[in-house]
Design a protein around this ligand. Sequence first.
Ligand SMILES: [Zn+2]
Length: 262
Amino acid sequence: MEGDGSVYRRKPELGAFADRALRQVQHLVGAVGELLVPPQCPGCGRSGECVEHGKSGDLCPQCKAQLQQVPRRFSPRASLRAPAWTCGPYAGAHRGIILSAKERGSRRAREIMGAVVGAALGNLAAVGEIMPPLITPIVLIPAPTRRGSARRRGGDPVTLACEFAAATMRGVEVLSLVQTQASTTDSAELGASQRRANLSGRILPNVTAGSEKHAQLLKLCESATVVLVDDVATTGATASETELVLASLGVRLDLVLVVSRA
Ligand SMILES: [Zn+2]
C-alpha cells in the first residue's frame, strides 16, 4: 500500500510539471504565431501597427472611434409602431464587426457587438428614451434567424451578442421568442417587397400560446422594456413582421435596436 501511495504522491508532481511545460510550449507557440501572423483588428481586418496593444482581437483606434457614437433614431420603410434606433451605419467598423461575427464566427466580434448594444441601451436610458434597467428590467429579444443557418455559423451572432450585453448589465435578460421557418430564403439578395413576402407568415413564436411558459413570459414582459435586437436593418421588414408576431403573443414591443442601418 505504501509503495502504491508513493507512486500516487509523485504523480501529481509529474502532472504539475507537465502542465507547466505544456503552458510554456503553448505560450511560445502563441508568441511565434503572433510574429508569423500579425494580429488583425476585428473591425477592419488590418494588422500590424494599427492595432493598439498588439494583441489578437483588439480593435484599432480608428474602429474604436467609429464604434463610439450615440445611437440614432431612424424611420424604416416597413411600418413599425415601436421606435427604431441604430448604433451606426452599415459601413466601416460596424459592418466589419457584423461580418466577422456572422461569416467568420469570431467570438471577439460577437462580444464587441454585445458591448455596442449594451452601450446603446445605457445611452438610451441616460437620455430618457427608456427606463434604466435597474428600475425597469430590459428584455432583449434577438431577431429571428433560421435555426439551421445559426447552427452552421456556430450559434446565432445576434443572440450571442445579446447574451454578452445581458451578462455585463444588471437588469437585462435575453428571451429568444421568435424564429424563422427553415424554408425562408436569405434576404440579402431580395428587394423590399420581396423581403416582406419572404418573411410574411414565416416568423414563428418559439412558445405555444396558452402554455405555462407563455403565461410566465407575458408576466415578465408586462413589467419590462421589451427590445428587439438585430444586426442590420435594411427595410425594417423583419422588425415589422416580428412586432406583429409578438403582438399575437400579447407582447408589446417597446423599442427596436439594430447594430447598423443599411
Ligand atoms: Zn480596425
